[in-house]
Ligand binder design. Structure first.
Ligand code: PGA
Length: 259
């Protein structure tokens, strides 16, 4: 991460039902979190709403929940990273478990999308997480496959999210992973990055904090206003990816103020 600010990424998924409701949600959040110096808020609404919301809310950054891997052409229904960049989009969520499951996105496709984002100077927000608790191999495999062909110098432009699938609110009834599990996940990811990119002294915190950080690593999965600081302050993640709690202005505002 280039600075010490925590990143809060709101993944609205296929919500809310209308642009009007999206405007209301962001207006309400804006009233409560107008002056956040220690964190950066990125809103990822449905792509249909994003341009209008960007025009109305310059106090937030915006991202998409998906892009295609080619920059232009005959790809019905798709949006390219090149188009997103021209519309001033700074972030794209890539490899979310819901897309892996429902859209059958493979590691290969995820890798192509990451490269499309980097080619277009957009930060990919790469979700990595095991479906079954303690499946460390799945985490390592997903990470390695996602970052195939990526150079060490590009790591600073990538946001990695440790998001155990079993801890996402729709699977866990809103119960986040235990701090120990997330710490283990964080270390596993750092270790895998250190191995893949030949990063010396990966236990040295100076490699991972603030301006010198080699990678930005967030936690996702049932994050709320009460547990957020455990992940950011205690465990040491650079921020969080928030689904369900980002759709309630009170909860999300409190979460932003508690990071
Ligand atoms: P959740 O979703 O916060 O509702 O668990 C997170 C996500 O799926 O990105």
């Amino acid at each position: 991460m280039k600075n010490n600010k925590k990143i809060i990424i709101a993944n609205w998924k296929m919500n809310p039902a209308s642009l009007k409701e999206g405007v209301k949600l962001l207006s309400d959040i804006s009233k409560h979190v107008s002056s956040l110096e220690n964190s950066e808020i990125v809103i990822c609404p449905p792509s249909l709403f994003v341009i209008s919301l960007m025009d109305q809310f310059s106090n937030f950054k915006f991202g998409l929940q998906n892009v295609f891997w080619h920059d232009k052409g005959a790809f019905t229904g798709e949006i390219s990273a090149a188009m997103a960049k021209k519309s001033n989009i700074g972030y794209v969520i890539v490899g979310h478990s819901e897309r892996r499951e429902y859209l059958k996105e493979t590691d290969e496709v995820i890798n192509l999308k990451i490269k499309a984002c980097l080619r277009n100077k957009i930060k990919p927000v790469v979700c990595i997480g095991e479906t079954n608790r303690n499946d460390d191999q799945a985490i390592e495999y997903q990470l390695s496959a996602a970052l195939t062909g990526i150079k060490k110098s590009q790591l600073k432009d990538i946001i990695i999210v440790y998001e155990p699938v079993w801890a996402i609110s729709t699977h866990s009834q809103g119960v986040a992973a235990m701090p120990d599990d997330t710490f283990k996940g964080l270390i596993l990811i750092k270790k895998a990055l250190a191995k893949k990119f030949n990063i010396k002294n990966f236990f040295d915190p100076r490699n991972w904090v603030g301006k010198t950080s080699v990678a930005t690593i967030l936690y996702g999965g049932s994050v709320n206003s009460k547990n957020v600081s455990t992940f950011t302050s205690k465990i040491g993640f650079d921020g969080v990816l928030v689904g369900n709690a980002s759709l309630n202005y009170r909860e999300f505002s409190n979460l932003c103020l508690s990071v």
